[in-house]
Design a protein around this ligand. Structure first.
Ligand code: DGT
Ligand code: CA
Ligand code: ZN
Length: 574
């Protein structure tokens, strides 16, 4: 339902733009609510409008309803385009700095005449925000951090945003006349956690004839360039798409080339050269300049004397040597998952009920679901007081009695307090089927203190899983300072399972560390951290991360049957 998400994002941008203009707060909120509604809408946008359901929906009256129609008809939104043109571009740039809202951005523009992020950085270094009303030394330091972060991640998008969009575009292209094959390539195919753009390879006998049709795709803001070999587009969501046009017989090598990564290619070129072969964008050649036909990727690797290397592993992390030695892992698959272990219900900060989540998990073919609402210290997330824990326990028991085919596990996500102790005494923790321990507060401890804090928590024998080990939020904030190597060592020593939090905003443990976790022989858990039924599907991003980190089903606790998983979650207990 990429349309829904695209439009939701446009509405959100409209809200930000209106805020930047100091427009009416009610109007701003109307766009924000419409965006939220669209994000959660289970129906495709065209059906929602055609069925008349939109008219009956609160918040989709005259003004917003008409914009939904315009977007559906034309793939654009003139109100948004005009609005965007009327707001100084710098303001929009400024609010992309983590921690800087529209009000403060406007102030900086008007009072300090800031016209670029670079200027703001300079102003911060000159301490010019300290005396500015509403700002101060703390805000200034925070903005500098935000700018650092922005510079590092500028122009990147979450995999969860780009991947579905790329698939949707590929589907559109596949239906064009004369198209033989279409595949998504680049960092999306390698399942990087964030990506710069969408790369697509299209094979056709008459590629030149397709340019016009491609440019007519809905959702395009601008055609950046078009030629017989390549069409580049900018989508209304701000992401660029490169579509490479090739002949069917060039598909395999083009797809391989455009999948990358650069590091993998460099290593592979070296490998080929040692074997008297030459590999480049256009194909594979024997030394005597004769082109070898390559039908598909597996045969490309075969020609180089290698087994197929899955795209996720093509990062130059030693995959070629491992492949040559027959040591590539058999990667875990989404279908290996037999249950999931980290979900929040309406008992704490979730928006779906326990029963709804259990039913949805069973519908996905899973055999168990571990409920882990927040513990009591997490007041911001409506953490559970002890009496509520008991109430929830009774509901879980009722569900389990009523449905012996499916098992609900009674867990908790316990805050790790600043000193490394947990949020409930051991006697209470012992009553749970399993415990996830996570850091949700005091993010600014020194690296040594944070490491000690987490290591202490792991030494608790009731802690089954360490939740989101670094606390990072992709494209928004770095994780806290921590010696992750020491933490993973402690997890290995204590038998604590480490989470791969599958929320596409987190993907924490990072895949690069999954690779190290595997070397340490750790057991991991791919957890959706779902706060609503739909978010159970985040597991797919967690599995992508696990694959990218070279993990097999055997490395993941929730690929095991319920009984076995339950025992592993409790293996630290006496
Ligand atoms: P991204 O877009 O930053 O998320 O990451 P990629 O890997 O998708 O990078 P992109 O879009 O610049 O290029 C797509 C693929 O094309 C890349 O993975 C490998 C290939 N490629 C691009 N530029 C070069 C290059 O300079 N040398 C080589 N060997 N390959 C390249
Ligand atoms: Ca790319
Ligand atoms: Zn958490």
């Amino acid at each position: 339902m990429a349309d829904n998400h695209e439009l939701a994002r446009l509405f959100e941008e409209i809200a930000t733009l209106l805020e930047l203009k100091g427009d009416n707060p009610f109007k701003i909120r109307a766009y924000q609510s419409a965006a939220r509604f669209l994000e959660e809408l289970d129906e495709e946008l065209p059906a929602f409008v055609a069925s008349g359901a939109m008219e009956k929906t609160k918040g989709f009256g005259q003004a917003i309803g008409q914009k939904v129609r315009e977007y559906l008809d034309t793939g654009r939104l003139s109100f948004y385009e005009d609005l965007k043109a009327s707001v100084p571009a710098v303001l929009f740039e400024l609010v992309s700095i983590p921690g800087l809202g529209p009000k403060k951005a406007l102030q900086l523009h008007e009072k300090l005449h800031i016209t670029s992020v670079g200027e703001l950085e300079y102003a911060c270094r000159e301490n010019r925000l300290i005396g500015l009303p509403g700002f101060g030394a703390k805000t200034q330091a925070k903005l500098l951090q935000g700018i650092e972060y922005l510079k590092k991640h500028q122009g990147r998008f979450l995999l969860s945003e780009a991947w579905p969009l790329a698939e949707k575009i590929a589907d559109f292209l596949r239906r064009l006349p004369g198209v033989d094959r279409v595949e998504v390539a680049g960092s999306i195919r390698r399942r990087m956690e964030t990506v710069k753009d969408i790369d697509i390879v299209l094979a056709s006998d008459q590629p030149a004839a397709l340019q016009q049709l491609i440019a007519g795709m809905p959702g395009i803001q601008q055609v950046l360039s078009q030629g017989p070999a390549k069409v580049s587009l900018k989508l209304v969501t701000g992401i660029n798409v490169d579509i490479r046009l090739v002949r069917p017989e060039e598909m395999a090598t083009a797809l391989h080339h455009l999948t990358g990564s650069k590091d993998h290619h460099i290593a592979l070129r070296g490998w080929a050269k040692e074997r008297g072969l030459k590999i480049n964008e256009y194909g594979l050649e024997a030394a005597a300049e004769q082109r070898l036909a390559v039908q598909d990727e597996p045969r490309l690797y075969q020609a180089l004397g290698l087994p197929f290397i899955p795209p996720e592993l093509r990062e130059g992390m030693g995959e070629i040597q491992a492949a040559a030695a027959g040591r590539l892992p058999e990667l875990v698959k989404e279908s290996d998952v037999r249950g999931v272990l980290h979900v929040h219900t309406t008992y704490s900060d979730g928006s779906s009920s326990l029963a709804e989540l259990a039913a949805a998990a069973q519908r996905r073919g899973w055999q168990y679901l571990g409920i882990t609402d927040h513990s009591r210290t997490a007041v911001y997330a409506r953490g559970l007081q002890l009496e509520t824990v008991l109430e929830q326990r009774r509901e879980i028991e009722r569900l389990n009695e009523a449905n012996p085919q499916f098992r609900v596990l009674a867990g908790i996500e316990s805050d790790i307090l600043a000193d490394g102790s947990l949020d409930y005494p051991d006697a209470v923790l012992a009553e749970f089927d399993f415990v996830i321990a996570s850091v949700h507060s005091f993010f600014r401890l020194s690296e040594a203190d944070m490491t000690q804090r987490i290591v202490t928590a792991l030494s608790n024998r009731y802690v089954s899983i360490l939740g989101h080990p670094t606390g990072r939020i992709l494209l928004a904030r770095e994780g806290y300072a921590v010696n992750l190597d020491a933490v993973l060592e402690a997890a290995a020593a204590t038998g604590t399972i480490v989470e791969i939090n599958a929320s596409p905003y987190r993907l924490d443990l990072d895949w690069r560390w999954c690779f190290k976790a595997r070397e340490k022989g750790l057991l991991l858990a791919v957890n959706p951290d779902a706060h609503a039924v739909d978010e159970l599907d985040s597991v797919r991003f967690g599995i992508a991360t696990a694959r990218k980190g070279w993990l097999s089903a055997g490395d993941i606790v929730n690929t095991r049957p319920a009984r076995e998983a339950w025992a592993l979650l409790r293996r630290k207990r006496p």
